[in-house]
Design a protein around this ligand. Structure first.
Ligand SMILES: Nc1ncnc2c1ncn2[C@@H]1O[C@H](COP(=O)(O)OP(=O)(O)OP(=O)(O)O)[C@@H](O)[C@H]1O
Ligand SMILES: [Mg+2]
Length: 235
């Protein structure tokens, strides 16, 4: 089966401090791949490196088999790698609708754009009810939905979700995961970074565990669920 993304031997550092240490990761097309790891283990650094928001010191990345090492962030986004994370944020002074249109800025075809927006509002009714509300006045959970919706509107080749359930009430967590499950059923390729290991494992096919910038587990979610990393996590 084709892989949407392949990361080989990735090293990054913050100043002189090494962070990622030889990360290898493969995301099969149409599947959910989860990355688990304690706070500070390098998960967000990894997703930022995939978008070239953090520079790689060494290593290579391939998008659908093509080497993307020289691609700047905007090119990676335009070519279908989309990140939805609290760190990326939404435009607080803009309305929900305007935020979604910003997310879809490179869809030039007006008919396609309105189709995509209709699809998003169907998937996220909470956003449809608030389409003219400024993003800055949304609740935390609603803003998380908006961040995901803004990424999904592009039908990305790879959707990267960094802690989508962070800080959400249980009912909102369920909604977010129901949406992820729906996207997954539609064969979207997803890289899911989650603190909530049980939830992540319930929908992923493959999983990785990061510890201090290095991959210490790579394999199927069944093997991951049975491993010490999940049974006795190192916090
Ligand atoms: N811009 C930066 N400059 C210096 N150090 C950084 C920077 N960004 C992150 N770090 C450090 O790199 C380490 C890994 O951070 P990262 O955000 O990747 O962890 P994480 O696994 O996503 O953690 P969390 O679960 O808390 O989100 C941390 O020790 C963090 O303090
Ligand atoms: Mg993080």
């Amino acid at each position: 089966m084709a892989d949407v993304l392949e990361v080989r031997g990735l090293y990054t550092s913050y100043g002189r401090v090494p962070m990622l240490r030889g990360v290898d990761l493969v995301i099969p097309k149409g599947q959910v791949c989860c990355v688990l790891g304690a706070n500070g283990s390098g998960k967000t650094t990894l997703v930022k490196a995939i978008l070239n928001m953090v520079k790689a010191d060494r290593g290579s990345m391939f998008l659908e088999g093509e080497n993307i090492d020289s691609w700047p962030t905007h090119k990676r986004v335009e070519q279908g790698v989309t990140l939805s994370a609290a760190a990326v944020g939404t435009f607080r002074k803009m309305t929900v609708d305007a935020n979604l249109r910003m997310g879809a800025y490179h869809i030039n075809n007006r008919k396609l754009l309105s189709q995509r927006l209709a699809e998003i509002y169907k998937l996220f009714p909470v956003l449809r009810e608030r389409l003219n509300q400024k993003a800055g006045t949304l609740s935390g959970g609603e803003r998380t939905m908006l961040a995901i919706a803004r990424a999904v509107v592009n039908h990305p080749k790879l959707l990267i979700l960094d802690e989508p359930s962070l800080g959400l009430a249980p009912i909102m967590v369920e909604t977010v995961f129901a949406i992820i499950r729906f996207l997954c059923a539609g064969q979207m390729s997803i890289l899911l970074v989650e603190q909530n290991a049980a939830k992540a494992l319930s929908m992923a096919s493959t999983g990785y565990v990061l510890q201090k910038g290095a991959i210490v587990f790579a394999g199927s979610v069944d093997a991951l669920a049975a491993s010490e990393h999940v049974r006795n996590p190192v916090i």
